[in-house]
Write a protein that binds this ligand. Sequence first.
Ligand code: AMP
Ligand code: ZN
Length: 457
Amino acid sequence: MDLRLYNTLSRETEVFTPRGPGPVTMYICGPTVYNYAHIGNARPYTVFGVLARMLRRRHGLRYARNLTDVDDKINAAAAELGVPIDVITARYTEAFHADMDALGVAGEFAPDIEPRATAHIAGIIRMCERLIASNHAYEAEGHVLFAVESYEGYGRLSGRTIKEMIAGARVEVAPFKRHPADFVLWKPSTPELPGWESPWGRGRPGWHIECSAMAESHLGETIDIHGGGADLKFPHHENEIAQSVCAHGGAEFARFWVHNGFVTVEGRKMSKSLGNVLLIKELRELAPPEALRYLLLNAHYRQPLDWSEAALHQARATLDRLYGTLRDLADVEAAAASADEVEAALADDLGTPEALAQLSELARAAQKAEGPAARALAKGRLLAAGEWLGLLQQDPQAWFQGDKAAIDVARIEALMSERQAARKAKDFARADAIRNELTDMGVVLEDTPQGPRWKLG
Ligand code: AMP
Ligand code: ZN
């Protein structure tokens, strides 16, 4: 079964074949760690994590996802609090890892290497030097700039001409630039800003060169797959290509480029000014993380994904049904099985919506299965299907108990009143039965002088 992937560079869906006999190499641009991650940030790591697992199974994989831990946004956050940048980056790296673990972007779905930009400054400086030596970059007023006109392939990924880039772009106009589209590889730091000694004075790297240097250091000159959110195509990925190709004497940088579409919230772009930025850490309080993961996989990665309360409710209800099937099969030993239809859906340009449809189909089949052998096989296939997607791997009991937010408050209140009524009527057997039912739902009862109270245990 071939793996077909849409390649942004060729604008075609191509059959993916590894470049060489060794493991496949993949680089996904990681977060800038200066605040909490929102649900949109989780999309590339979730969907390309599913790709990572598939590549591991097929070919072996070396997967790098960086942490951008030096950046002007980090400097601003550190200055605001009056702390060094590593206080900020340590805090938000830890929070990012907690979010990723909760969303199941762990184990086979997680990167093998998580390089940090600040640990690659020497490599970044060396790359700048090589680019200057080959006339692809130049120094001006303590800056090192990439000369876009020195690379004829500039604009190929995003399909823009240099003229269009300047017209529509946020390119910084600076008097020392030879060409307005030239971008920064290295810039000077003032004493209060983080900086490193370099041939051009004390300074810090530009964002784009960090990824080129980290990819080179961990994955070599040419990598199989490179990706991130669609907003990174230009300028970030365009610039990464220019730097890497020119620093490596024209060698191809990445063979396949993959980009995910954006997450919107109730039809609108997430933005601070609209106050609709959904942080993963807050969503985790509202819903089981597995439901968040389900929702993220429920749209094709190249399409926009609209986040809504209704979609979240739906994701949770579907998982209730799937885990309900597994609970019904709790006493059945799962047979070793595969889920080829799920693999086939994923091999078709990461067709996660189709894979989820197949998962539901396998659950329906499992509900209908009769006889020990058929039930064992159906359970095995359902679990194998879930494994491809990082779903259905908990004990069903844990899902139903852990899904605290799914607890029906109206039902709890009704049982509380019914128990009071039973006690008043001196029907203690009934009152105890209700208490047991509430306990099973994870509710803890307290009889206070003001009357009975409940909380989630
Ligand atoms: P950043 O930390 O801003 O560099 O973003 C980390 C990753 O999240 C990048 O791959 C972005 O392209 C991606 N990203 C940011 N916002 C969204 C969004 N609303 N939907 C999907 N991906 C996003
Ligand atoms: Zn990058």
